[in-house]
Design a protein around this ligand. Structure first.
Ligand code: XUL
Ligand code: CO
Length: 454
């Protein structure tokens, strides 16, 4: 992007290009010898460096999310906003929305991320009617397209906010009222259109209110049928308009619903297979949702990938000692190493990416904290990529796993794996071989091996 002129010259309602909203911060450089307190530089992420046949930029496919980074205020159920964003005038006007979008693209560009993500209602105010809402969205996405072209930043995915408006209090595609479902469908139709217009390479469904608060008033069977039919309408329209992006479902077990139907990766996959949707959808896995479901950080990433359905990652983390979705920046190198091992093993995430569905803490009130948080997480993933590459190249863990299952490589084991063995054959085998020789699982050995690379 061309250089930005100082913001001080401009009034708050001015939406001309040329304003600089983060004066004093330039493009974030790679400085591998930087000291521990230099947190406005990359010490590990070197976008153009080739690792394992691809640049770091291509392996990591980083994306900034609009909702936390540009709509987050620091408010929580107990307290008022804490984050002062000087470009905001407090209104829901189009001028404010446009200025905010310019700020966002300055941020993406300076940070050096290739992608961004948004909900329709993050970027553009909802009007009094669907027509007015869609007109606003047209106008805002015209500007977004301009800014994308200017900066080279691309759209990883778009999504629809089908959970904030009161009309969706009982769900969207699983709402007991067909009228509300139809509203959600109309909203998604427009969401697909603007995502296509912006060249989005994926489209996400996160069903925060697709679930229940009490079983007493809920017909789960009908609600799940409706959700599946909603998705079938989506596939039909996607094909009709020629949108080639990957459709993704993002699992989460609860919050805001007491129970969410897209509980975890395994639940979503069985839904997809039950309704024959497995060829049209993949999963967008968010580790903080995975831990909320009672699994370890990388569990859903491993499970989705094992079923060839890992599409993208909302790369964040929670606090394992808390029971809610804190959407923290992923700073733990052991976690990023585990994720990158899966990503490399499956040959990359394309067209998905690593989207930072993360927010700064409400106490991190400086504008520089917006950069420091993303840079820290990008560096954590760069280290994860380097660690996982070495771990895979040296092959100690993969050799151990291969050996652990080697009894299925020949003889009876191979026939069991091929599905051609019988109970009688297994019984004969035991009569002739007797008790098995027990083998150690060597968990602590594996943990020590991982620690060597991290
Ligand atoms: C909510 C969440 C969403 C989705 C997009 O927990 O993760 O922001 O990523 O709707
Ligand atoms: Co998410």
């Amino acid at each position: 992007m061309s250089s930005f002129a100082p913001a001080a010259k401009r009034s708050r309602t001015d939406v001309d290009s040329g304003d600089e909203f983060f004066p004093g911060i330039g493009s974030i450089p790679y400085k591998p010898d930087a000291g521990p307190t230099e947190t406005l530089v990359f010490k590990h992420y070197n976008a153009d460096e080739v690792i394992n046949g691809r640049t770091m930029r291509e392996w990591l496919r980083f994306s900034v999310c609009y909702w936390h980074t540009f709509r987050g205020t620091g408010a929580d159920p107990f307290g008022f906003p804490t984050l002062n964003r000087p470009w905001e005038d407090g209104s829901d006007s189009m001028a404010n929305a446009k200025r905010r979008l310019r700020v966002a693209f300055e941020f993406f560009h300076k940070l050096g991320v290739p992608y961004w993500t948004f909900h329709d209602r993050d970027i553009s105010p909802e009007g009094a009617t669907l027509e007015e809402t869609n007109r606003n969205l047209d106008e805002i996405t015209d500007l977004a397209l301009e800014l994308q072209n200017e900066t080279g930043v691309k759209l990883l995915w778009g999504t629809c906010n089908l959970f904030a408006h009161p009309r969706y209090m009982n769900g969207a595609s699983t709402n007991p009222d067909a009228h509300v479902l139809a509203y959600a469908a109309a909203q998604v139709k427009k969401g697909l259109e603007v995502t296509k217009k912006l060249g989005g390479v994926n489209f996400v469904f996160w069903g925060g209110r697709e679930g229940y608060h009490t079983l007493l008033n809920t017909d789960i069977g009908r609600e799940l049928d409706h959700m599946a039919n909603f998705f079938k309408m989506v596939i039909e329209y996607k094909n009709k308009i020629g949108f080639t992006g990957q459709l993704l479902i993002e699992p989460k077990p609860k919050e805001p619903s007491k129970h969410q139907y897209d509980y975890d990766a395994q639940t979503v996959m069985s839904f997809l297979f039950k309704y024959g949707l497995q060829n049209d959808f993949k999963l967008n896995i968010e580790p903080n949702h995975t831990t909320l479901a009672g699994h370890c950080h990388e569990h859903d990433i491993v499970v989705a990938s094992a079923n060839k359905l890992l599409g993208s990652v909302d790369s964040n983390t929670g606090s394992p000692d808390l029971g809610w979705d804190t959407d923290q920046f992923p700073m733990d190198v052991k976690n990023t190493t585990a994720i990158m091992k899966v990503v490399i093993d499956q040959g990359g995430l394309t067209p998905g990416g690593l989207n930072f569905d993360c927010k700064v803490r409400r106490e991190s009130i400086d504008l520089t904290d917006m950069f420091v948080s993303h840079i820290g997480a990008m560096d954590a993933f760069a280290r994860g990529l380097r660690n996982a590459t070495r771990m895979i190249d040296e092959g100690h863990l993969s050799t151990l796993v291969k050996e652990r299952y080697s009894s299925f490589d020949s003889g009876l084991g191979a026939r069991i794996e091929a599905g051609t063995a019988s109970l009688e054959e297994c019984e004969d085998f035991i009569h002739s071989k007797g008790e098995p020789t027990l083998l150690s699982g060597r968990q602590e050995h594996c943990e020590a091996v991982v620690n060597y690379y991290v």
